[in-house]
Design a protein. Structure first.
Ligand code: FAD
Length: 421
């Protein structure tokens, strides 16, 4: 029976361990935290959007970075199988808006509990509070892993140490160093699905205000890089919330020169909006502009809005000129913001960059540099939009890596059959 060491007990590591054990290997899962799946606990605001119930093509369209690399992994272990796996372990799931899948209890902890039970049943040895410090190489192969508690020999090692975001969950970038020490190229990590710092100060004065049904457009020069209708939030640094996080995936590097336009009334054309303002202003007479705007915008934004258009907030509506009204329409339909920088990696939902996928065989997740080294999860240079796609990438690449490692290390010739992977 082959001995497999899985490094990192996050989503990818749990999947890798389970599939390796089910394929007949003796598996040790090494996790330096005091518990498994610390990041899973905080996903989806504690509800865990664990996958997306969509087709393979729809899934790949949500992966901006190296989507084809994931084809085999997602075919091997697709979203529906993840859903079935959890249900089989007593964790029913529910499909919600945008085909986002959650545990029916809406408790992320139930996902980890179910997976932990499956790991126990499959006979996986779990070593918590164990940090892998280096991987030992002998004669062009890995011989095992060096931990703070001694050496663990292994026929194959699966690295699932995650990226660099939310380091308090354990993803401290260790795996990047381990992979680089073995000769792998590690592309510089950068934050995606992260808030955006704006050059303007005014968003800070609206901190905590969330806007629904607005359109956020990200441009470089005249080129539109991203445009979507949805929800966003003003913060102490600029903007966050679903639209800003998604926009961050499309941010050019460096971000300077990227601009944002916020359409506060996407349901109305400029002509319709102008007609509405004309009608309202003539009906309300001496009412102050900021008070009248409160019928169109949240109060805090309505109070600030005239100054964003270069108008006095207290101007009576019946004194507003046609030119001033057109200026109001222009800014309501395209409030400009400039991106200074994305927020730091530690605050990002996902890390972009990591182990270069060209050096990993997509049909097995095996390293092309070392015959008994495998990778899975966020430490690979793949990332996806929000909607459960990032966790599914971890489940699928983990499952494929675990299965392949078990099959390939039990085969002395080291060759996989098509049925294997
Ligand atoms: C706030 C937040 C919300 C999110 N919400 C969602 C969501 O709802 N849906 C979604 O699809 N994705 C979501 N994501 C992204 C998703 O959580 C990650 O992409 C996914 O968890 C990556 O899994 P992983 O196993 O590759 O890495 P991780 O979950 O980071 O696991 C890596 C593990 O390796 C361990 N480790 C690291 N180095 C060592 C070492 N040297 N020795 C031993 N152990 C080590 C770490 O302690 C950690 O447990 C969210 C992310 C964040 C930060």
């Amino acid at each position: 029976m082959s001995e497999i060491a899985v490094v990192g007990g996050g989503a990818a590591g749990m999947a890798a361990s389970l599939f390796a054990a089910r394929a007949g290997a003796s598996v040790t899962l090494l996790e330096h935290n005091e518990k498994l799946g610390k990041k899973v606990y905080i996903t989806g605001k504690g509800r865990c959007n664990l996958t997306n119930d969509c087709s393979l093509d729809e899934f790949l369209a949500q992966v901006p970075r190296n989507p084809r690399f994931l084809y085999s992994a997602l075919s091997f272990f697709p979203p529906r199988e993840m859903m079935a796996l959890l249900e089989s372990a007593g964790c029913p799931v529910t499909v919600q808006r945008g085909r986002r899948v959650f545990p029916a209890s809406e408790k992320a902890s139930d996902v980890t509990k179910a997976l932990s039970a499956l790991l126990r049943d499959a006979g996986v040895r779990i070593r918590l509070n164990t940090q892998v410090q280096s991987l030992r190489q002998e004669n062009g192969r890995l011989a095992g892993v060096e931990t703070g508690n001694g050496f663990l020999p292994a026929d194959a090692v699966i690295l699932c140490t995650g990226g660099l975001s939310y380091p308090s969950t354990g993803s401290t970038g260790d795996g990047y160093r381990l992979a680089a020490e073995l000769g792998h190229t590690v592309l510089p990590p950068s934050p995606v699905l992260v808030g955006l710092e704006t050059a303007e100060d005014w968003p800070r004065s609206l901190q905590g205000l969330s806007l629904k049904n607005v359109t956020l457009t990200l441009c470089r020069g005249k080129k539109v890089l991203y445009s979507e209708l949805g929800e966003m939030l003003f913060t102490h640094f600029g903007i966050s919330g679903p639209l800003a996080l998604e926009a961050s995936c499309h941010l050019p590097d460096p971000p300077q020169g990227a601009s944002l336009l916020l359409d506060l009334k996407p349901g109305l054309t400029p002509a319709q909006l102008d007609a509405r303002l004309l009608r309202d202003f003539s009906a309300t007479g001496k009412k102050q502009l900021k008070s009248e705007l409160a019928s169109l915008l949240p109060v805090r934004l309505a109070e600030l809005f005239p100054s964003l258009c270069g108008l006095p907030a207290a101007v009576p509506c019946n004194q507003i000129t046609g030119e001033q009204r057109r200026r109001l329409v222009e800014v309501l339909k395209g409030l400009p913001l400039s991106v200074r920088a994305p927020r730091p990696l530690a605050e990002a939902v996902v890390t972009r960059g990591g182990v270069q996928v060209r050096e990993v065989d997509p049909s097995s997740m095996r390293s092309k540099l070392l015959p008994n080294l495998y990778f899975a999860g966020e430490m690979l240079d793949v990332d996806a939009h929000t909607g459960g796609f990032n966790l599914q990438i971890a489940w699928s690449t983990g499952a494929l890596a675990g299965h392949s490692a078990a099959r390939l290390s039990s085969d002395p010739a080291g060759a996989a059959t098509k049925e294997d992977v």
